[in-house]
Design a binder for this molecule. Structure first.
Ligand SMILES: Nc1ncnc2c1ncn2[C@@H]1O[C@H](COP(=O)(O)OP(=O)(O)OP(=O)(O)O)[C@@H](O)[C@H]1O
Ligand SMILES: [Mg+2]
Length: 270
């Protein structure tokens, strides 16, 4: 087993009463598997992803449980040790646009960034070759041309592909993608899902895919966990959860899918 998350919880203690943003989350993933986490806004999806990667290290937030990656508990590692794993073994595409691309830095440089940190022995030409490979893998046509461009010269979908390339450049075994297509229109969204599928198939990268849209999760994932208020309320093969949801909450998630409604109305954009 590649990933074994056991009874993960994230509790905020900065407000009056302690608040559990994640409460007893468990998940097992094999190498090469594609699993979805779905839930309404505020249900704890991002907190779960950040916590299991060992990224939540603040006083006033207590993280409990275990997050074993290839047998190593990411929650018990020092910052130094964790840095070894981040990017190289597991990589995350963050939901917040703030942590996305740097507007003043050329695309190529941004894709190469983690190579500069983790593979210091590479020559500039080797780094460039690796960046171009990752960009092609992320479905960017003409990586050479894009290499010297700046983020504002790219469409939203291309920028998201650059993020995917940057996350893959160290060839991690697990990619965590937090709402990577939510801001994009449905056509571009579908294309990026296809690319993620290809990456999984060709490279064997496991993907933990986070979305509030069960339909999007269905297009990509074999298995899904449904979260509500920090807890898993339902999980199973994605077809089973999609066609035979057990929980009222899951049925509600299925019936409130704005992107698809827009498409039916003939207005995919806007
Ligand atoms: N600093 C904080 N202090 C207290 N509670 C917080 C803090 N940051 C986040 N939370 C709470 O943690 C809960 C889970 O948030 P999280 O970002 O994981 O939700 P999410 O499922 O990713 O939602 P979305 O779909 O909107 O991205 C929310 O109820 C949020 O209000
Ligand atoms: Mg989130």
């Amino acid at each position: 087993m590649m990933l074994d998350v056991r009874d993960l919880s994230v509790v905020f203690t900065d407000r009056g009463a302690p608040f559990a943003a994640v409460d007893g989350f468990s998940l097992q993933m094999d190498r090469g598997e594609v699993v979805g986490i779905v839930g309404e806004s505020g249900s704890g999806k991002s907190m779960t992803a950040h916590a299991l990667m060992g990224l939540i290290r603040r006083s006033q937030v207590s993280v409990a449980g275990r997050a074993l990656f290839e047998g190593i508990d990411l929650l018990s590692l020092s910052r130094e040790e964790l840095r070894y794993y981040q990017g190289r073994e597991l990589s995350i595409i963050f939901q917040e646009p703030m942590t996305s691309l740097n507007p003043t830095m050329r695309i190529g440089r941004q894709v190469e960034e983690s190579l500069r940190i983790h593979e210091k022995g590479l020559s500039p030409a080797q780094r460039r070759a690796r960046a171009l490979d990752a960009m092609a893998l992320a479905g960017l046509s003409d990586p050479e041309g894009l290499y010297r461009q700046y983020p504002h010269q790219l469409s939203g979908g291309m920028r998201q592909r650059v993020m995917i390339a940057a996350a893959l450049v160290l060839r991690p075994r697990l990619l965590i993608a937090d709402e990577p297509t939510t801001a994009l229109d449905v056509t571009i969204q579908a294309q990026i899902l296809d690319t993620l599928k290809d990456i999984n198939r060709k490279e064997g990268v496991a993907i933990l895919f986070i979305s509030h849209d069960l339909g999007v999760v269905k297009a990509l994932c074999g298995r899904v966990v449904v979260m509500k208020q920090g807890r898993i309320v339902e999980s199973g093969p994605v077809d089973q959860v999609f066609y035979h949801p057990r929980e009222e909450y899951t049925k509600l998630l299925l019936s409130s899918r704005p992107a698809r409604k827009k498409l039916k109305g003939g207005q995919a954009d806007g």
